[in-house]
Design a protein around this ligand. Structure first.
Ligand code: ADE
Length: 353
């Protein structure tokens, strides 16, 4: 049986050859300059390739350069990101864009260490930008790569551990070919995405490196990688209210700090209210409810918390728009164009349109 080091040393040639023949045509692979790679990789961190495509096209059309991103108004930025979730990612991108404007006169830095220092850019994204855009031989280890390498090594180490990720980064760095860093890194990611897949059986018959794979040799592909579950999320019960008069719906801005900071939301309160409690609450904040209709339940999962929501549509008297806390009564076209509303409210926001 081959040792781990040997297996990885033999990886580049068949992997790069396979990638060049089999890679999918994806918009961010067309002209991989640093800005475009950056935008795509940040979007791809939590979202599937197919779902990212329209967001990516729209973002680059609206903000084609680092300067455009640095100067964008925050609401426009959040609107472009609406639905992708994890909004701090795009806020950090704007901070990094400002860093690039100030420290590098708007030109994306081309050294790994400089890229790694930018706000919101960790080892993976720095490695991806350095290798895809500049051909620098640094590793780009994401979940796909952790899975592929764990299987090749036949390793039962927990890939959620930082120490395991670090070891894999070091092992990859030793074998990345200087003359094909981009295709090697993208090859690993692509292999993980379409052959050595995360859900369901890996397609080992199609794999260009099955002859190097310890998991394939031992028939233990399905057991790997080992990924210990993180701590359970906190569950919050909330009641979401669509206060609607003839033409407009009440929305409000979230606080400047914390979950979904500075985004807009449908008013919501802690707990699961029944219709009578909704009427009482509406009056308490100064609105006059005319009709209340339940809208059913919805769930939204954030990284550390789950919202279990119950919704109500509350028709209110048009004359009673002054309530405490203060709300914005927004028309459907304003909600669509101007106010970034997080995907957590997806089930209910349709009733505001
Ligand atoms: N997942 C993460 N990065 C990717 C990329 N550049 N191409 C395809 N899938 C990816």
């Amino acid at each position: 049986m081959q040792e781990t080091g040997n297996r990885l040393q033999q990886l580049p040639e068949p992997l790069v050859e396979w990638y060049r023949k089999n890679r999918r045509e994806l918009p961010w692979r067309e002209s991989p300059d640093a800005y475009r790679v950056w935008v795509s990789e940040i979007m791809l961190q939590q979202t599937r390739v197919e779902a990212v495509k329209p967001y990516y096209a729209r973002f680059l059309k609206e903000l084609p350069t680092v300067r455009d991103l640095a100067e964008a108004d925050e609401e426009k930025l959040l609107k472009l990101w609406e639905g992708l979730g994890y909004y701090n990612r795009v806020r950090n991108m704007q901070k990094a864009a400002n860093q690039i404007m100030i420290d590098y006169h708007g030109v994306f830095p081309c050294e790994y260490e400089e890229i790694r220092k930018l706000k919101g850019i960790g080892n993976y994204t720095a490695g991806a930008i350095s290798s895809f855009a500049f051909g620098i031989a640094k590793p780009a280890v994401d979940g796909n790569v952790l899975r592929v390498i764990s299987r090749i090594r036949g390793s039962y180490e927990d890939i959620m551990k930082q120490s395991v990720r670090k070891k894999i980064e070091e092992q990859i760095e030793e074998v990345i070919p200087e003359d094909a860093a981009s295709d090697f890194n993208q090859g690993l990611i692509e292999l993980g995405a379409i052959v050595c897949v995360p859900n369901g059986e890996p397609k080992c018959v199609e794999c260009p490196v099955k002859h190097l794979c310890a998991a394939y040799e031992k028939g233990i592909q399905a057991e790997l990688p080992v990924k210990k579950k993180p701590n359970a999320r906190r569950i919050e019960h909330r009641t979401v209210l669509v206060f609607r008069d003839d033409g407009a719906t009440a929305i409000r801005k979230r606080p400047a700090k914390g979950l979904l900071a500075r985004m807009y939301e449908l008013p919501n309160v802690e707990g699961t209210l029944n219709a009578d409690e909704v009427i009482a609450y509406s009056k308490e904040i100064g609105l006059t409810p005319i009709r209340v209709k339940p809208l059913g339940e919805a769930k939204h999962i954030f990284s550390h918390v789950e919202w279990h929501m119950t919704g109500y549509f509350v028709q209110v008297d048009e004359l009673e728009r002054s309530c405490k806390p203060k709300m914005i009564f927004a028309r459907p076209d304003e909600i669509k164009k101007r106010y970034p509303i997080p995907a957590a409210f997806e089930k209910y926001i349709g009733y505001a349109m």
